[in-house]
Design a binder for this molecule. Sequence first.
Ligand SMILES: Cc1ncc(COP(=O)(O)O)c(C=O)c1O
Length: 279
Amino acid sequence: MSLLAVAVGGRGVVDPAEPVLRADDEALLRGRGAFETIRVYAGASFRLPEHLERLARSAERINLPPVNVMQLRELATQAIEAAGEPDVVLRLIWTPGNGDGDPTALALVSALPDHHDALRERGQRLISLRGVRADEPWLLPGVKSTSYAVNMAAETEARRRGADDAVFVDPEGIVLEGPTTNIWWRRGRTLYTPSLGLGILAGVTRAAMLELASETGYAVEEGAYSLGELADAEEAFTSSSVREVMPVVELDGAAIARGPAADELQAALRRAAEATLQA
Ligand SMILES: Cc1ncc(COP(=O)(O)O)c(C=O)c1O
């Protein structure tokens, strides 16, 4: 990650090289922190209210102090301004500190990864990996916590096997999501995506795409689908704030065709970002 700027609750903008966490911060010791990753287009954070709502929900589910939304908004503005670049990645982090004092609020701004456009051109190779279906509250369905080591290990395993990314399936072979993405596929004029009832993350991009799909002329079905249904798709793609809409060209070594929906939805997403700027 190429860090451009950091803003900290109670301190404002600091040098990105400065320490900003206590050594006994619960987010560090136990992964009990909540975070959001947000795409900034031309200086404006895309769907910031939705990200802040999800952050507040995550914090509540892992028993953190209530998120100070005003403070995080202010820190986000300061960090984006300090970064001085229009198209960047914003991370908001909320930790309980050591549990005795004040929570820690951080806004980090980093450069966009430089390989995403090339990957969108080429399309991603995915492998399926067995994941956990978070179907009990203590498995934290839909929570974006700083305990992301499993997600990162899945990405590493995918790369070790020569793929670009992974898609998790539950023990019964039901498709869930990627380590940092939601998954979609198309048959005819219908798009399919796993339902939130499966304990996956309610992607902000996923929600945007549900709106954009009908504008683009596609119906959407959400449900519990087997890996075979994804493998037989006429086209497939992932969605996330940073990677946006990214076509999939291979699943477990078998080709998946390219199709029009991924490009149409990527264009629609960019138009939506543009419209936010003009609003
Ligand atoms: C597990 C998981 N699923 C889906 C997503 C996509 O969510 P969003 O569109 O809000 O970036 C993410 C984002 O990081 C994620 O970590």
